[in-house]
Each structure stands twice: as structure tokens, then as C-alpha cells.
Design a binder for this molecule. Structure first.
Ligand code: SAM
Ligand code: SF4
Length: 469
């Protein structure tokens, strides 16, 4: 989501007259987009910001965006006084106004600025500049000659950050955000505090963007949201409202769109109608990412996930009964406060029972403001690391077996690029697996093309094959 937020911020600012550059050295304005979902994200951000300090003398302007900005707020100005803008994702709609305020303040202070201002993008960072506003989306203060703008008060907004100017970095596959924020408040998670309340875009606006992307030549669309399937169409006219499954199907039917993916789905809101839509619409990819977090109902309850192991497995059963084989992937947290050896054993057992194609596993990390911060984080880091290692080893075995089954079959891939060192093309299957392949010199498949490949070998995380000519 952060990558796509950066694409939207860049697109918006380019429209305002900014130009994206490759390095901090070339930029007049540096916007640093941050994530605080795990680990010591705040410390990493402050370390990076201290690297930027030296550039302030050159008249560059710095802004911090995203979850760490929302979480740390004005503390960022205290620890990094050379930062001029701090804005959470719910305020991005107002970025042009906030940046215009900065511009006006810079002019008032007679800081020389080129007319054609450049903006730099760092790592998970984006860009910036333009218009003016006050509380609710931007508060400008002038203190000791420093100009500070904040966008931190918008988490209760009903509005999404919609932009027709998204600067998509891939010309074939693009993201569309359909829902922002989260109201689920899982005990360990910062998202509801940093990204604000859940708000959906109208299906009409999502479909208009999908059609526009198809017209521009995109063939794959990925629908995005913290929980895409919690989508609630806010269309005024109730007869025009679509459920998530209906929206998914409608995007899959947009002429020119060959693949539709969606992430992330929450088990609580995962209905059988989503599987029915996959069955009915060929463009919907055979892949569902359904985070389980733990295989123990006791831990799920402590995590406030509001489903049991059995309810989760019921959803898996719906997918396994689908007409096409659906690849299933998940997220797991190990070492949540109070997780016993027996709870952990149930998670390992769940991996075997489901047969995932990929697992994204994390050590529990206590996050600011979250309810689980009050629980005793008694599992030592070494034990969390051990559980993580055991879990990944088990999953590796499962993947070796699952990937082997593809050898000898033919798969359609979208060509993503070329690995010159290996003289291979890189492709992606509908199951979201990487399938690298060789092709005769005369074939020269182009990125974005769809080709058929015979699978000749398998690895734990990828497949190898030959182009069908
Ligand atoms: N909304 C999705 C869901 O409910 O499954 C998850 C979105 S969250 C941005 C991505 C993943 O980060 C979660 O599925 C979880 O596994 C992990 N995560 C979130 N908070 C965490 C924490 N405090 N410690 C470790 N992992 C965490
Ligand atoms: Fe975080 Fe839970 Fe919301 Fe997912 S559903 S974003 S884990 S609070």
C-alpha cells in the first residue's frame, strides 16, 4: 500500500508542476514515506532523517509522510528540526494545499527557489509541493523562523485519497486502492491509529479508474486495501451499490483487463461469494492472500481477530472446492504475548492442513498505542526467533512439495522482464508464482506479454520452464 501511496503522491505533485528526481542531491523537496507496522520503525526513520540534516543548509525542504509521521506527530519536529512537513496518509488529499503553504512561507522568508522545482524520492519515500490550508489538514506554525506544516487530524475523514494523476511505475500492472484505513483494531496492530477509519471509494469511481487503465494499455489490476473485502460501496443510489465480490467481478469484466488480483482479505469478511466470483470470471486470478496470524483459537481471541481456527478453515474449504485450483498464501505472527508451545504447534499443524504456497511470518513486535502493549511481552526475542525459524523451515518443506506438482504442466505467464545474467525471462503465473523461463533467440518475448511456458523444474519459491513456441 505504501508503494501505491507514493505513486499517488508523485502523480499528484507532478500534476502540480513538480518533477521527480533520482536522488536527494538533485531534489529541492524530499518527502520520506514511512511505515511503522513492525520493528523499531521510528528509530530507523530518525536515523535516516539525521542523514538528511546536512542538506538543510543547501535550502532543501524535508517532509515526513505515512505511519511514522502519524504516530510520532510533532515529536518529529523536536527531534529533527529541519523537517518542515509531517503528514499521515489520511491527509494526503490535502498535500497540494500543505505544500503551497510551505512554498508561500519559503517565499516570505526569501529562500531562493527555482521556478521549476524538483522533488526527490527516497526508498519507500515519495515527493512533494503546493497549496494552502489550516487546521484539519494542515497547521502552519512559524517558530524561530522555522516553518512547520502538519497533516495529522484527518483520521476521522470519510474521504479517500483519490487521484486521477497516479504515477504508476509499471506500464502493464497497476494498483487501485478501493478502501483505506481500518476499523478492526486487532490487539497488536498500529494501522487503525495511523491510517484512520475505514472508508471505501464508490464502485463507480473504481470502475472508471479500471477502464482508464485499460485504455492506457494496462492488462493487470491489483485492488488494494488493508482489508479489501471489508469494502462497502458508499454510492448514494442503493441500486448502484456493489458488494466486494460484485466489484471484483465487474473489474474482471472490463474489456482489456486480463488479470485482477486483490489484497489483503480479512477472514471475518471473506464470503463464499468471492469464490463464486473467481469461478465465474476468468480474469480473476487463482490466488487469495488470507492472513490467519495464528492457528490457535485461544491466541486468535487474544489478538482480537474475532474468528476461530474452525471458521478460518471453513473459508479455506470454500476455496478448495472452487472450479479452478486457488493458490492460498497467508501472514503469521509468532510469539504473541501468551503464545504457548501448544498454541505454536497448532499454527504449524495449520500450515500442513492448508498447504500454503507462501507464508509471510513475523515475530510479534509491540507497537505504540495498541491494546497488546499492555500485555506482558514475556516471550524472549531468542524464542520468537526460534519459532520463526521452525515455522519457515516447515513451510519450506510444504512449498517444495507444492511447487514440484507444477513440473510437466503448462502455465500462462505475464512477462515481467529479463535476467541477463541467467539468460532467462521472468514471468508470473495467475497463482502469483515466479516462473523463470528460457526462450529461443528468435522469440524475444516483451515485458507485459502473455505467453505459455512448460514447467521443467521447481524450487521452494519459484519455477523454471521453457517458452512454448
Ligand atoms: N489487514 C491485514 C489482516 O488483517 O490480515 C493485515 C495488514 S498488516 C499491514 C500486514 C501484516 O503485518 C499482518 O498480517 C501481520 O501479520 C503483520 N503485523 C501487523 N502488526 C504486527 C506486529 N505488531 N508484530 C508483528 N507483525 C505484525
Ligand atoms: Fe491491522 Fe487487524 Fe486492521 Fe489488519 S485488520 S490492518 S491486522 S487492525
Amino acid at each position: 500500500m505504501n508503494v501505491h501511496d507514493s505513486e499517488k503522491v508523485i502523480g499528484t505533485l507532478v500534476q502540480e508542476g513538480y518533477r521527480q528526481v533520482e536522488s536527494v542531491e538533485q531534489a529541492d523537496l524530499v518527502l520520506y514515506n514511512t511505515c511503522s507496522i513492525r520493528d523499531k520503525a521510528e528509530q530507523k526513520v530518525f536515523n535516516r532523517l539525521s542523514d538528511y540534516k546536512k542538506y538543510k543548509k543547501q535550502g532543501k525542504t524535508f517532509g515526513v509522510l505515512g505511519c511514522v509521521a502519524q504516530q510520532e506527530g510533532e515529536k518529529i519536529f523536536e527531534r529533527a528540526p529541519y523537517v518542515s512537513l509531517v503528514a499521515g496518509s489520511a491527509s494526503y488529499r490535502n498535500l497540494p494545499q500543505m505544500l503551497r503553504q510551505l512554498e508561500e512561507a519559503a517565499v516570505a522568508r526569501e529562500i531562493p527557489r527555482p521556478a521549476d522545482e524538483d522533488a526527490g524520492l527516497r526508498d519507500d519515500a515519495s515527493v512533494g509541493m503546493s497549496p494552502g490550508n489550516t487546521r484539519g489538514s494542515g497547521l502552519a506554525t512559524r517558530d524561530s523562523g522555522l516553518v512547520r506544516i502538519t497533516g495529522l487530524d484527518d483520521r476521522e475523514t470519510d474521504k479517500c485519497f483519490e487521484t486521477e494523476f497516479t504515477a504508476r511505475s509499471n506500464p502493464h500492472r497497476g494498483y487501485i486502492t478501493i478502501i483505506e484505513g481500518c476499523d478492526k483494531f486487532c490487539a497488536y496492530c498500529v494501522v487503525p491509529y495511523t491510517r484512520g477509519k475505514e472508508r471505501s471509494r464508490t464502485s463507480e469511481s473504481v470502475l472508471a479508474e479500471a477502464r482508464q487503465m485499460a485504455d492506457l494499455g494496462y492488462t493487470e489490476i491489483q485492488l488494494l486495501g488493508q482489508n479489501v473485502n471489508s469494502y462497502k460501496d458508499p454510492a448514494g443510489n442503493s441500486s448502484a451499490r456493489k458488494t466486494f465480490a460484485e466489484l471484483l467481478a465487474a473489474v474482471g469484466e472490463v474489456p482489456g483487463i486480463r488479470r485482477v488480483r486483490f489484497t489483503t482479505s480479512h477472514p471475518r469478511d471473506f464470503g463464499r461469494d468471492i469464490v463464486d466470483a473467481i469461478d465465474a470470471v476468468p480474469a480473476l486470478c487463482d490466488h487469495v492472500h488470507l492472513p490467519v496470524q495464528s492457528g490457535s483459537t485461544r491466541v486468535l481471541d487474544a489478538m482480537q481477530r474475532l474468528y476461530t481456527r474452525e471458521q478460518y478453515l471453513e473459508r479455506i474449504a470454500w476455496m478448495k472446492a472452487a472450479k479452478r485450483e486457488i493458490s492460498i498464501t497467508t501472514d503469521v505472527i509468532v510469539g504473541f504475548p501468551g503464545e504457548t508451545e501448544s498454541d505454536f504447534a497448532q499454527t504449524l499443524d495449520l500450515l500442513d492442513e492448508v498447504g500454503y504456497d507462501a507464508v509471510f511470518a513475523f515475530k510479534y513486535s509491540p507497537r505504540p498505542n495498541t491494546p497488546s502493549l499492555k500485555l506482558d511481552d514475556a516471550i524472549p526475542d531468542t524464542e520468537k526467533a526460534r519459532r520463526l525459524e521452525v515455522l519457515m523451515a516447515r513451510q519450506r518443506e510444504i512449498q517444495i512439495e507444492r511447487y514440484k506438482k507444477y513440473v510437466g504442466t503448462q502455465c500462462e505467464v505475464m512477462v515481467e522482464g529479463r535476467n541477463e545474467a541467467r539468460s532467462q525471462w521472468i514471468g508470473r503465473t495467475t497463482h502469483n508464482k515466479t516462473l523463470n523461463f528460457t526462450a529461443p533467440q528468435t522469440a524475444n518475448p516483451k515485458p507485459g506479454a502473455y505467453v505459455r511456458v512448460t514447467v521443467t523444474n521447481s524450487f521452494p519459491n519459484s519455477l523454471l520452464g521453457e517458452l512454448v513456441v
